[in-house]
Ligand binder design. Sequence first.
Ligand code: BG6
Ligand code: MG
Length: 220
Amino acid sequence: MITACLFDLDGVIVDTARFHYKAWRRLAAGLGFGFTEHDNERLKGVSRMRSLDILLETGGMTGRFTDTDKQKMADVKNGWYLEYVAAMTSSDVLPGVTDFIADLRRHGVATALASSSRNAEVILRRTGITALFDAVVDGNDITRAKPDPQVFLTAASRVGAGPGGCVVFEDAEAGVEAAVAAGMRCVGIGSAERLSHADAVLSGLEGVDYEYLKKAIDHE
Ligand code: BG6
Ligand code: MG
């Protein structure tokens, strides 16, 4: 039984994961080190400040900066990120997302956004998809980011669903871990090797509908 579907934002609903990467890579370049897409995988799903700590660790710069310096760096990165976001339109919604969510709702499944981002609302507004979700829970509503399950448990309770009836859609390892910790089923979006703890892994949501989802996660 699927009562609710909970969607991560960056990399599942919209292609903003590449904007995060571009902005972090730009910050790393300013600090004098390179930052690869492979390095970037560890930043997916985790909070902005945790991302910065991982970035600095990658560059061998852990412990070199004060909290005030780090806050400034995170603000600079976020400024660049928001410049990229400002240019977004409805064409940046990933293929299949709108149709899939409409089909879920036709089948009486509740939908919620469950993101670690503090920029979720501006992204939903820019791309015109706020109305697709019965509830929006983001980095401003939680105290513990993924891999902690708080964001998913909060989203489930906002739509009145128990964890066992929820299916999470996630592109980040930290997000899959959070879904498992919440006691929810999880569909990974991306590489099956990286997201091996998910119940099923898809390359994206294009062509996916309610019936397809039921079959994909049906292990009984
Ligand atoms: C997550 C992204 O959705 O949000 C992470 O996957 C990002 O990469 C996190 O660090 C926080 O986002 P923001 O927009 O608040 O900096
Ligand atoms: Mg993501």
